[in-house]
Design a protein around this ligand. Sequence first.
Ligand code: SAM
Length: 349
Amino acid sequence: MVVAVDDAPDPTGLYRIRDGAYAADLLITAVSEFDLFTWLAEHGPTTVSAACAALGLAPRPADVLFTLCAAHGLIERDVQNGDVIEVTELGRAHLVAGSPLDLRPYYGSLSERPAALELAHVLRTDEQAAWASAKPATAAGDWSGRLGDVAFAGRITAAMDARGAFLAPRLAAAVSDIPMDRILDVGGSSGIYASALLDAHPEARGTVFERSPVDVAARTLIEDRGYTGRLGVVTGDMFTDALPGDHDVHLFSQVLHDWDKARVEHLLRASFDALRPGGWLLEHDTHIARDKRGPLPVAEYSVLLMHSTPGKCWSVGELSDMAELIGFVDVEHRSTIADRGVLLARKPF
Ligand SMILES: C[S@@+](CC[C@H](N)C(=O)[O-])C[C@H]1O[C@@H](n2cnc3c(N)ncnc32)[C@H](O)[C@@H]1O
């Protein structure tokens, strides 16, 4: 059994501290490297694409930046009408040149922080920085490349397992009405989320689909937890291998936030192709709201992902649109716990 969490103190604040580790540095960079709010005050209202062109910002990190600014109440953002942005009174009073209450020098005093400099580079180039700001020793030094290292893969798998102990039972509770027979946990790491779903569906069986060498760590943790026989591990690459067939539930937990739009679409399409007709896609993650103005803790986590991976926290609108274009129906978002949620989508019969 996955640990029962109902009586545990709520660790949401602890998730937020860890996940928001890079958010302050992005604001420091926006102010000190780009003088963003002065430019916005001189050119607003404007569009995100115009701001990107004028300030030399790449679209993915800029999207993360403007969501963070909106979540802090520093800009207004209207994604429904051309993604128009405009500096608010708060931003104008404290982060724009010429204001008597200008805090830019205060932020600028931290502009040499290594993470702030890395984020400036990501904003300009869209190239991911090294995981946890560690110096990459080789070309395979980014997050995904380092997963090929057995020791790193073991540490990351332990980290994902620790994060999941509290989250997994809440995910299972949020989708308790979904019928489940064979569950495929894509990029499932230790299988903690699949294990929690199996606890709620005693007749079901599951498969964790993982790359090597994470598959080895996954087998050990699944055995330690007592799920051998009910939860298997298939080794493969989700981008180059077909997903295992004959499953009626596909779980992607905190996987899509590591990848760019082309690869997210690839994974959603691969899921659609492999799912049994009538089966469900469950996409468990931290989701930005449709209006891309928050929630603040998710906007902050998106900065960490933007820094260290080719991904970001996707919005409910972005994911729903991609899923529906591929052919999924009954797309619905449900909140779980600790700023997480699950997007459900069904493959038609
Ligand atoms: C951020 S972790 C999420 C793990 C787990 N699902 C969770 O919610 O904690 C992403 C997972 O995707 C796996 N992964 C990355 N690239 C992969 C690939 N090409 N094929 C299969 N799995 C991959 C990683 O090994 C890792 O376990």
